[in-house]
Design a protein around this ligand. Structure first.
Ligand code: 2IT
Length: 449
């Protein structure tokens, strides 16, 4: 069987086993289409069924989460933890709280996480979890009770050397605090079993900023390799959450001009560009007041609000999707390209659809997949685990220096892999192959387990 036919048969097998899991299929396909050259070069991977093993999670846990709202009404939600791959370290990856969360979502994220964590160079396996629960519209007490109910089952499956969850969409520092409190209460152990903790109880400086900062460090490396920089370049961002805002902040620091952001109210086009003052305002609006971008245009009247729109119609040199999966489709890609976009760097997980990626590749613009470009978040989680283990807290400067180095290392791993196995500038192939190799070699060394 040719390698191509073999990869197709693995893909067919995945679809046949779980026909409804489309997001998972998409994530697997995005990796498999790039693996042919390394499988040809190293027959041992096919002979040992490494790819078949990698697409099957080691363990999937689903559980009932019963809780009571403020009126005394009982609700039942579903909790999950997908322990995808532990070849190179304990399972590591976030928890997503969102009404759309289903097993397919978490399998796609856990699969991606395995490659991403491998790329960081830190000893972390891949996992993901969460629940079909939305904190929006819930009271503070309801959110706390939900987190406690969720942890009352999850605690038996995790541990500082087994599986270390963190936050993801809909689950931030507030929820991590409640989850940590409940874990400690049940187990009577004070350990680094979660990351993204508050600074008072074992959290790391820079963890909040890390994903966004890392995305920009990665984009800057892509520019640097081509004798250029982000300085003076016009940029747009989708999303205005933790990743989006810190992407904007770091872009500004490097001298780029950020003219667009978005949230679920629509997009904001601020032609004059964000300033440090505007970012401080946005942080307060979004993190403290949980407000929307509609407020921004009331304060900064030079900016336009584009209701219900995403950022992709705003002309730019570089685009940073930081919101969620498939937020940038084939048509959006065409619009970006038409307006002269030259670089797309993913801050979210799988935000570009397969059609969008193909369009970027055909136009030969720079495209960085999330598993490489947004790995700064989980990398900083790894640094939080290190600090917890040695019972020390590093300074901002120390953590930021580590983060910057890790992003440079990920970038050069991608470049080395595309030079050896692909074509110049193919960061998707580079990230997939570099991430794959470390996990595959560890699996080979550990035998059929
Ligand atoms: O998608 C991601 O990399 C995360 N949500 C962060 C995971 C982590 O363990 O910090």
């Amino acid at each position: 069987m040719s390698t191509k036919a073999y990869l197709q048969s693995v893909m067919d097998g995945v679809k046949k086993k779980d026909p409804a899991e489309q997001l998972f299929h998409q994530a697997v396909e995005e990796v498999l289409i790039t693996l042919e050259p390394i499988l040809d070069a190293q027959p041992k991977y096919m002979q040992n069924a490494i790819v078949e093993r990698m697409v099957e999670p080691e363990r999937v846990i689903t559980f009932r989460v019963p809780w009571t709202d403020d009126k005394g009404q009982i609700h039942i939600n579903r909790g999950y933890r997908v322990q995808f791959n532990s070849a190179i370290g304990p399972y590591k990856g976030g928890l997503r709280f969102h009404e759309t969360v289903a097993l397919s979502t978490l399998k796609f994220l856990g699969f991606e996480q395995t490659f991403k964590n491998s790329l960081t160079g830190l000893p972390m396996g891949g996992g993901k979890g969460g629940s079909d629960f939305d904190t929006r519209g819930k009271s503070e007490a309801e959110v706390m009770r939900y987190c406690q109910a969720f942890m009352t089952e999850l605690y038996r499956h995790i541990g500082e050397n087994t599986d270390v969850p963190a936050g993801d969409l809909g689950l931030g520092g507030r929820e991590i605090g409640y989850l940590f409190g409940q874990y400690k209460k049940i187990t009577n152990r004070y350990v680094g079993v979660l990351t993204g903790k508050g600074l008072e109880f074992g959290g790391s400086l820079i963890r909040t900023e890390a994903t966004g900062y890392g995305v920009v460090y990665f984009a800057e490396e892509m520019m640097k390799l081509r004798g250029d920089s982000l300085k003076g370049k016009t940029c747009i961002i989708s999303g205005a959450g933790n990743v989006g805002i810190h992407t904007a902040e770091k872009l500004l620091e490097l001298g780029a001009k950020v003219v667009g952001m978005s949230d679920y109210s629509g997009a904001v086009y601020d032609e004059e560009g964000l300033t440090t003052e505007k970012i401080a305002y946005l942080k307060d609006l979004i993190f403290n007041k949980r407000g929307l971008l509609t407020e921004y245009v009331k304060k900064y009247t030079g900016a336009k609000h584009l209701p219900g729109k995403k950022s992709w119609s705003i002309p730019c040199y570089a685009a940073f999707p930081t919101s969620r999966e498939n937020e940038l489709d084939g048509n959006d890609a065409k619009e970006l390209l038409k307006n002269g976009c030259k670089l797309v760097c993913e801050g979210a997980n799988m935000p570009c659809s397969p059609e969008a990626i193909t369009a970027f590749q055909q136009a030969k613009i720079l495209y960085a997949p999330g598993k490489a470009a947004n790995a700064g978040g989980v990398a900083c989680s790894g640094l939080e685990m290190t600090q917890n283990s040695i019972r020390l807290s590093w300074t901002r400067e120390e953590v930021d220096a580590h983060l910057h180095k890790i992003m440079q290392h990920i970038h050069s791993s991608c470049v080395n892999a595309y030079k050896e196995f692909g074509t110049d500038g193919d960061y998707l192939l580079g990230a997939n192959i570099a991430g794959f190799k470390k996990v595959a070699d560890a699996m080979l060394a550990q035998g059929i387990v």
